[in-house]
Ligand binder design. Structure first.
Ligand code: AMP
Ligand code: MG
Length: 318
């Protein structure tokens, strides 16, 4: 547990920690974020574990320049490029088609990634050094968002989190989140930038707002973030199953029987490893063309709660 001064030495240490797969909290212009490499699934799992989040939410990936944007986003529609030119760095998040290098746990299994370029100089310098960072707010689940390094340490210090102290974050509003549908901007979350400014920057009279439950997939707003194409059935490990036309998601041990496909989340029973593998494993099972996916229950503690939440939603969505 420590606070690092946001000077060259402190930034270097925080960046080294992140490059080794660790976490570091850092100031942004809204609140302090808990950052991990956007390319490291185990580090992303550690974010959820450290926050004590009982479910997975897609994380916003923070970048420092447009070169980094190309390492996380596969496509940037012209309207997105216009918004980025106008408002980055700043409180604007763009939802773009993701590159495969961004792990599924970062996007909750979605094919898109949310990207933002923060304006805070400490955030910008850290991200230049460490690379793109996946980061939610640096608080324990259900607690207040931290606007000082001391807030972060009070909540996450006991969990060994290092924080770069950049002074108080300005109590800004959250970023405005914009997705694109057939090239047209759609606001998924209202935030610091008003609809009218988004519209004006795109040369439009108005921009659509996709409220919760609307057709656009807005994770964190819809109940079911992402459901596998085949119905999922929750079972206890070792329960009887019918392998014909089915796939199997195991916690620790490969199932017996001729399943179309099977995946083991963590042979050693490590819930962090299981969480890091969850979404990509579900994708592979779905691609097997199975009509049913059996999924073993995992222990309901720590990250197991978030895994079970995810599996229950997938099971309920059919
Ligand atoms: P924040 O609470 O500021 O960390 O922002 C996280 C929120 O960004 C999530 O709860 C989602 O609402 C949104 N978000 C992140 N990734 C995506 C995505 N790929 N598509 C749509 N919305 C996203
Ligand atoms: Mg938060």
């Amino acid at each position: 547990m420590k606070a690092l001064r946001a000077d060259a030495a402190g930034l270097g240490r925080a960046a080294a920690l992140i490059k080794r797969g660790g976490l570091a909290a850092f100031p942004t212009e809204t609140v302090y974020g808990l950052g991990a490499s956007a390319f490291d699934p185990a580090a992303a799992a550690a974010i959820f574990e450290t926050k004590g989040r009982p479910h997975f939410d897609p994380l916003i990936v923070h970048i420092a320049d447009l070169r980094q944007l190309r390492t996380v986003a596969a496509e940037v529609p012209p309207a997105a490029a216009r918004l980025a030119r106008r408002f980055w760095p700043g409180p604007l998040t763009l939802v773009l088609k993701k590159r495969p290098a961004v792990p599924d746990i970062v996007t909750s299994g979605l094919p898109t990634v949310a990207v933002r370029m923060p304006a805070h100089p400490v955030a910008a310098r850290l991200i230049k050094l460490a690379g793109p960072l996946a980061a939610p707010s640096a608080n324990r689940f259900g607690r207040l968002s931290p606007t000082t390094a001391a807030h972060v340490l009070r909540q996450l210090g006991p969990r060994g989190v290092t924080v770069l102290d950049g002074g108080p974050a300005s109590h800004g509003i959250e970023s405005t989140i914009v997705a694109f549908e057939r090239g047209k901007p759609v606001i998924l979350r209202r935030g610091a930038l008003p609809d009218s400014e988004i519209a004006a920057a795109c040369g439009l009279r108005r921009v659509r707002f996709a409220a919760a439950g609307a057709k656009v997939r807005a994770p964190g707003q819809l109940k079911s973030h992402y459901a596998p194409a085949a119905p999922l059935r929750l079972i206890n490990p070792g329960a009887r199953t019918d392998p014909r036309g089915a796939a199997y998601l195991a916690f620790r041990r490969k199932p017996r029987g001729e399943f179309l496909a099977s995946e083991v989340l963590s042979p050693s029973g490590d819930l962090r490893e299981a969480a890091a593998n969850l979404f990509s494993a579900l994708h592979r099972l779905e691609e097997s063309g199975a009509r049913t996916i059996y999924a073993e229950r995992v222990p309901a503690r720590g990250l197991g709660l978030a895994i079970m939440d995810r599996l229950r939603r997938a099971a309920a969505s059919r």
